[in-house]
Design a protein around this ligand. Structure first.
Ligand code: GRF
Length: 203
């Protein structure tokens, strides 16, 4: 399956997906890396690896719909079948999300439904939770909601700061996102309401 990754910045999750997809038996090809910020650091990395990239600067568009129209044209041109949001900091319209229903994934640095939104590590530490983590989920119009595909838990340590906790969570993000994309790309993830079921009868 041909996948696109949407980024806005550093792109370390994009990198883990591109690296995983280089394995000959990986079921998805990263056919496009798209950023809404032309200066996103991740774009240079993707280009250096020979991955097709595109920058669609949201600031030059009159609104979200116009921006997404350009994005959709690129997705069509590159015959994209799956989208992974990876640190993509633009909200997508319900129309776009619905058009990609079941084919649009996101990674969030918390154990959803806890800590939707930003500054998840700071908030987890402030609440004193002992378990934190990350989630890959299908995107629905509501932010940081949608059927959960994969999660990884990380223990919060006594002397954690937001940065040290973020780093350990990020290491887990890099494990579960390639696994989740592979499962979706092989059609092994079935959605029923808010729940997904991983069918591992084949592969
Ligand atoms: C990650 O923590 C991801 O979970 C969140 O934004 C961050 C992006 O980091 N959505 P990177 O650009 O993949 O390095």
């Amino acid at each position: 399956r041909r996948a696109a990754i949407f980024i806005s910045g550093r792109g370390s999750n994009m990198r883990s997906l591109v690296e995983a997809a280089r394995a000959p038996d990986y079921p998805a090809e990263i056919a496009l890396v798209l950023s809404n910020r032309p200066e996103a650091e991740g774009l240079a990395y993707a280009r250096a690896l020979g991955v097709q990239t595109a920058a669609v600067d949201h600031k030059i568009y009159a609104g979200r719909m116009e921006f997404e129209k350009s994005v959709q044209i690129l997705l069509d041109l590159h015959r994209i079948e799956l989208i992974c949001l990876a640190g993509f900091m633009r909200l997508l319209t319900p129309g776009f999300v619905r058009a990609w229903d079941g084919r649009l994934l996101n990674i969030h640095p918390a154990l959803l439904p806890a800590y939707r939104g930003l500054h998840t590590h700071e908030r987890a530490l402030a609440d004193g939770v002992k378990i934190h983590g990350c989630t890959v989920h299908f995107v629905v119009p509501e932010m940081d909601e949608g059927p959960i595909i994969a999660q990884a838990a990380v223990a919060v340590l006594n002397d954690d700061t937001p940065d040290t906790l973020a780093a350990r969570v990020l290491a887990q993000e890099h494990v579960i996102y390639p696994a989740a994309l592979a499962a979706v790309a092989t059609g092994r993830v079935h959605v029923a309401g808010n729940r997904t079921r991983l069918d591992d009868s084949h592969q």
